[in-house]
Write a protein that binds this ligand. Sequence first.
Ligand code: HEM
Length: 154
Amino acid sequence: MQHFRPARWLQGGILALSLSAFGVLYSGQAQAQNYYDQFGGKAGITALINTFVDNVANDPHINYYFAHTNIPHLKYELVQQVCMAVGGPCKYTGQSMVEAHKHLQVTTAAFNYLAQDMIDAMDAHRIPIGAQNYLLSLLAPMEPEIVTANGPLG
Ligand code: HEM
């Protein structure tokens, strides 16, 4: 049974802070490359995104948001985005997060359910915890660009 772990977001933020301090002193590039390998490179990230999108599709809290979405295109963009974020040799050329989500009425609760679906996918693929926290620490600050609506829980 998985539980949402808000501490993981915080932990990721703290880790990101200490990593950026490390990067100033040493090589941030080498650190990012290391995470790409820990995600299993392009093949590992592709497998991860497939599981993540399956999780979202099976998540009754949020799957209706994706009813009219071109899923192969979404998967392609997510692979490029995550690959680039973790230091891989990819370039994300999709829409900005504001542009992609502004018409969707995404709530904070929906954002958190999607985050849990990503955590579950990373656990299923045995991504090392430090690498998981690194990706979460990059996704968490995107919340204000994606959440545009209030739900019953805020
Ligand atoms: C950090 C969290 C998130 C990231 C990194 C992210 C990333 C993306 C990316 C890369 C795209 C494709 C953009 C393009 O086609 O150029 C996209 C589209 C989309 N996202 Fe997100 N997203 C996030 C959160 C959410 C949440 C919480 C929801 C709803 C519960 C959501 C719903 C959608 C939908 C429905 C589309 C397709 C829009 C369309 O087809 O017009 N996203 N997202």
